[in-house]
Write a protein that binds this ligand. Structure first.
Ligand SMILES: [Zn+2]
Length: 63
């Protein structure tokens, strides 16, 4: 009975490893996948402006 449980755990671990190994290959092949939006940088303060539009750091005057 314990063998079955251990085998099942090993099987799940192998599946998880394969899943982790396959994901970056699918997205990384062929240059840029273009799936995720590129984070924009504020030209004035150089911080990440994820929401787009006016920069919050520059608006608040903390940058
Ligand atoms: Zn800014």
């Amino acid at each position: 009975m314990l063998k079955i449980v251990s085998l099942f755990l090993i099987f799940m671990a192998v599946l998880a490893m394969f899943g982790r190994l396959k994901w970056p290959r699918i997205g990384g092949r062929g240059g840029r996948p273009g799936g995720l939006p590129r984070p924009r940088l504020c030209p004035e303060c150089g911080r990440y402006n994820l929401g787009g539009g006016p920069c919050r750091q520059c608006q608040d005057g903390q940058g």
